[in-house]
Design a protein around this ligand. Sequence first.
Ligand SMILES: Cc1cc2nc3c(=O)[nH]c(=O)nc-3n(C[C@H](O)[C@H](O)[C@H](O)COP(=O)(O)O)c2cc1C
Length: 183
Amino acid sequence: MKVDGSIEKFYQYSFPMQTVLVTCKDEHDKTNVITIAWHTTISKKPPLYGISLAPSRYSHDLIKKGKEFVVNFVYYNMVEKAHFCGTHSGRSTDKIDKTRLTLSPAKKVKVPVIKECYAHLECRMVQNLTVGDHTLFIGEVVAVQADENAFKNDLLMTNKIQPLYYIGGNSYTTTDRLKKKEF
Ligand SMILES: Cc1cc2nc3c(=O)[nH]c(=O)nc-3n(C[C@H](O)[C@H](O)[C@H](O)COP(=O)(O)O)c2cc1C
């Protein structure tokens, strides 16, 4: 039996959503970090990645002005830090300092990567689209770095890498108990 869902909460049907930390910089070179679940690959050639941000986020204006961002893929064991960065604003809190996340230089963009994450997509903004109540920032992926153990034969090694997933409310999960089927 199925029950009618709420259109207001349609987005919950795509849970679990992989949750990432996006880094960006202000005009004084200070780095901010925002937790997001609304993000996606958009195109292979050219390599484009999209992130959807509400205009109220401090990071929204930083990315609009700075035109660069890095998508950092988070391990489940970083859940407290990711939750903190998703519930505090860089307008009033230095989230890098408070979470003790470590920044390290990116290869091609000025915005740094977060060292503790297992992969990073360095993006240069090519477009920003107002889409409903969010802005879709589309970035060209200009460099990629990943933990050497993350992929084998192009498969994500889920026994070694346990990504962070958001399931709604204040709750998160990861892949280690999910069933896996190989064809
Ligand atoms: C799990 C999780 C996922 C989130 N996903 C998004 C998202 O996709 N887009 C967005 O604009 N905000 C999202 N947020 C909210 C922002 O992370 C939050 O408002 C943050 O404090 C904004 O930081 P800033 O003001 O420093 O940019 C999410 C928060 C959490 C906890």
